[in-house]
Write a protein that binds this ligand. Structure first.
Ligand SMILES: Nc1ncnc2c1ncn2[C@@H]1O[C@H](COP(=O)(O)OP(=O)(O)OP(=O)(O)O)[C@@H](O)[C@H]1O
Length: 461
C-alpha cells in the first residue's frame, strides 16, 4: 500500500491539529474524503456528493499538501474529484474509510477528547498554578476531592486544554470510566432536539435517551457554561443532571468565562451549586510563561527543525499577550508563511507579517458589520469569502442570512450597505434574509440559541 494511504489517518489528524479544525468541520469535510488513487506524485481524493469540491479545494488544498509533506516527507499534488462524476472507477480498497475502520475509535475519541490536550503539554505558570493543581487533584481522585470543579478565565487561556487533560488522564488510568465532554451549546441543542422529537412522536424515549447520555457518566465535563443562557428549560434540565451526578458522587467539571457569581443569566440555585466545590481561575500568562508555551509547542509539534531564532520568539511573546490561542496561531502562521513563501529566513520581518492580523485590541472593539462577518464565519467554520459569495446551499445561505440579521439588528448599517459588505447583494435580498431569520427565530429554538451565542461572542461583556 502507498505510504500516503498507509498514513492517511495520521495526515488528516495532523491537518485537524495544525488548523484547529472543529469536530464538525473535520467530520463534514475531511473525514469523508476517500483516496481514489495515488500515482507517483499525485493523490486523487474523492469528495462525497454532499460536499462541494470547489469549497474543499479552496479551503483545504494547500493545507493538505503541506500536511502530506510533513508526514510522509515527500511532496504530492492533491486533486479533488467529485464522487458524482460517473466516469470514476471506485477503488474501495484504497479508501481512507477502510483504512480508518481498521483502526477503530479510541475511548478518548469517543468522549470527544483531543489527545493532545494533556497535563504533559500544559505549561504551568503563575496565571494557572491553582487551576492546574485543582485539576490534577480531580484527575487523580474523580468525584472525591473537589466536586464540582469550576474553571473560569478569559478567551483562549487554556480552560478547554485543562478539562481535556483531566479527562484524558482519567481514561488513561481506567479506560472503562465513562467520561463525556461537551460544550454547553451541544447540551442545549441536543436538549431542544430531544424535546422537539419527543413532542412530535408523542413518546418519551428521546428525552430519556438524552438523560441517559448525560446522567450515565462517571465524569461529565461541560465547556463554556456561559452559553446556557436565559433558557429556563435548559437550566432546569442541567440542574437535574447536575444533582443526579453530584448525589452519586460522579465528577462534574465546568468551565466559563466568568466566576459563577458574575454569570447574570444563571439561576441562583445553579450558581450556588457551581460554587460549592472549588472555583479556580486562569488569568493571562506573563512573558516567561508565554515564552515557555511557545517552546512547549515547538517541542510537541516537532518544529525544532525550523530553528526559529530567539529574537523572533521574543517578538511573538512580547506582542501576543492576552490569548494563548493567538500566541500559538502566530507561531503556526509564521511557519506557514515560511513554507509557502519559500522564504530564506525566519526573521523579525516574517514575524511582523505573521502577527499583523492577530494583534488586534479585541477588548475595545466596536461592533461593526465586518466584526459580525468574522464572528459568524468563525462560529459556522465557513470562510468570509463564502459568506460573500453567491453560493446558495443552505450550509452557506443560512449563516449569510444570520450575518444579515445581526448586522441589521446590532449596527446602524442600512440594507444597501449590508448588501455591499456581503459581496454586492441587492438590498431586497438583504431584507428577505433579515425577515426570514426574524420570523424563523420565533419557532426554531436551535437557531435562536445559536444566534444568542453568536451575539455573546460578538460582544462578550
Ligand atoms: N498553559 C498552557 N500550556 C500550553 N498550551 C496552552 C496553555 N494554555 C492554553 N494553551 C493552548 O492555547 C489554546 C487555547 O486554549 P483553550 O482552547 O484551552 O482555551 P479556552 O480557555 O478553553 O478558550 P475559550 O474561552 O475560547 O473556550 C489551545 O491550543 C491550548 O492548547
Amino acid at each position: 500500500m502507498d505510504v500516503v494511504a498507509e498514513k492517511w489517518e495520521e495526515i488528516i489528524e495532523h491537518l485537524r491539529e495544525e488548523h484547529e479544525l472543529s469536530s464538525v468541520s473535520f467530520k463534514t469535510w475531511i473525514k469523508p474524503l476517500k483516496i481514489y488513487k495515488i500515482t507517483n506524485s499525485t493523490v486523487y481524493l474523492l469528495v462525497n456528493s454532499a460536499a462541494s469540491v470547489e469549497y474543499i479545494e479552496r479551503k483545504y488544498l494547500l493545507p493538505l499538501k503541506v500536511c502530506i509533506a510533513d508526514i510522509v516527507n515527500e511532496e504530492y499534488d492533491v486533486v479533488f474529484l467529485s464522487e458524482d462524476d460517473e466516469q470514476l472507477d471506485r477503488f474501495k480498497d484504497l479508501s481512507a474509510e477502510s483504512v480508518s475502520k481498521k483502526k477503530g475509535r479510541s475511548v478518548a475519541e469517543m468522549a470527544n477528547l483531543n489527545p493532545r490536550y494533556t497535563f504533559d503539554t500544559f505549561v504551568v505558570g503563575g496565571n494557572n498554578t491553582f487551576a492546574h493543581a485543582a485539576s490534577l487533584a480531580v484527575a487523580e481522585s474523580p468525584g472525591k476531592v473537589y466536586n464540582p470543579l469550576f474553571i473560569y478565565g478569559g478567551v483562549g487561556l487554556g480552560k478547554t486544554h485543562l478539562m481535556h487533560s483531566i479527562a484524558n488522564y482519567i481514561l488513561e488510568q481506567d479506560p472503562k470510566k465513562k467520561v463525556l465532554y461537551v460544550t454547553s451549546e451541544t447540551f442545549t441543542n441536543e436538549l431542544i432536539e430531544a424535546l422537539k422529537s419527543g413532542k412530535q412522536s408523542n413518546n418519551k424515549s428521546s428525552i430519556s435517551n438524552f438523560r441517559d447520555k448525560y446522567r450515565n457518566n462517571d465524569v461529565l465535563l461541560i465547556d463554556d457554561i456561559q452559553f446556557i443562557i436565559g433558557k429556563e428549560s435548559t437550566q432546569e434540565e442541567f440542574f437535574h443532571t447536575f444533582n443526579h451526578l453530584y448525589d452519586s458522587s460522579k465528577q462534574i467539571i465546568i468551565s466559563s468565562d466568568k466566576p459563577p457569581k458574575n454569570i447574570e443569566t444563571l439561576e441562583e440555585r445553579l450558581r450556588t451549586r457551581f460554587a460549592c466545590g472549588i472555583v479556580a481561575d486562569i488569568s493571562a500568562p506573563n512573558y516567561e510563561t508565554r515564552m515557555a508555551i511557545l517552546l512547549k509547542k515547538i517541542e510537541v509539534d516537532h518544529l525544532g527543525q525550523y530553528n526559529i531564532p530567539n529574537d523572533v520568539l521574543d517578538y511573538i511573546a512580547t506582542n501576543v499577550k492576552s490569548n494563548i490561542r493567538e500566541l500559538e496561531g502566530s507561531l503556526n502562521k509564521l511557519i506557514a508563511l515560511y513554507k509557502l513563501n519559500n522564504h530564506g529566513n525566519i526573521d523579525i520581518m516574517l514575524a511582523m507579517e505573521a502577527l499583523k492580523d492577530i494583534v488586534l485590541p479585541k477588548d475595545k472593539r466596536e461592533v461593526t458589520p465586518e466584526l459580525i462577518l468574522d464572528v459568524v464565519s468563525e462560529h459556522y467554520n465557513i470562510s468570509v469569502a463564502d459568506l460573500k459569495s453567491k453560493k446558495r446551499n443552505s450550509q452557506i445561505a443560512i449563516p449569510r442570512q444570520v450575518a444579515m440579521y445581526l448586522m441589521r439588528t446590532l449596527t446602524d448599517a442600512p440594507l444597501e450597505g449590508i448588501g455591499i459588505i456581503l459581496g454586492g447583494k441587492d438590498h431586497t435580498t438583504v431584507k428577505y434574509g433579515v425577515d426570514k431569520i426574524t420570523s424563523n427565530i420565533e419557532e426554531d429554538e436551535i437557531l435562536s440559541n445559536t444566534i444568542s451565542i453568536i451575539k455573546k461572542k460578538i460582544n462578550p461583556l
